[in-house]
Design a protein around this ligand. Sequence first.
Ligand code: DX5
Ligand code: ZN
Length: 226
Amino acid sequence: MSTIPELHIAPSLLASDFGHLADAARIVEEAGAEFLHFDIMDGSFVPNISMGMPAVKALRPVSRAFFDVHLMIMQPERYVEDFVRAGADSVTVQAEACLHLQRTLAQIRRAGAKAGVALNPATPPEVLEYVMDDLDMILVMTVNPGFGGQSFLPAMLAKVRRVREMIARTAHPIHLEVDGGIEPETTGPVTAAGANVLVAGTSIYGHSGGVSEAIHLLRAAARSEE
Ligand code: DX5
Ligand code: ZN
């Protein structure tokens, strides 16, 4: 029997005003978010292009949050050291974009960051079975990566439960993060299934009552595993 680690909110800058990124980073930290989620897209692994190392570097001096860098790029091993140097606390690579996943995870840790793996909706968690000792975070994509504002895929709840079981069998702590369509309505089921890091873009930066109220609503909607 394992206990679910503490809940963390990870606002995704993708949904913020890119003209005021520093303000976007500051207001969510002030509102109590422990993580700041960077969506890095290359126009190849996903159709969209977003931001790169310079954005991480520019925000490092204005925030003490845990910089959670999600690489939606092909062959991410080419940029691991650059992102860590820019200020990433964790680097999460898409399993589908890595030919030699174990090597890339070891590379991330060697560079001094926590190592994460993200799984597309169609990717089974079993691909991680033999690299569990090499990772610190598993990101279950609850939409297909590439764009903010999409709807949560309910079929991912079973995957979150399965990943939580896999984590319970490992000897070291591993965060279970979910990303895509996370809002108060989906937070209850996903946290009950075992997620403990909630990435949210639209439901935080697009909330009409402001980011502080949005973060409060997400926390209030979270449930511990039954
Ligand atoms: C999707 C990104 C997400 C995205 C989530 O490719 O990985 O982090 O910003 O956006 P929302 O919360 O709007 O679904
Ligand atoms: Zn993301």
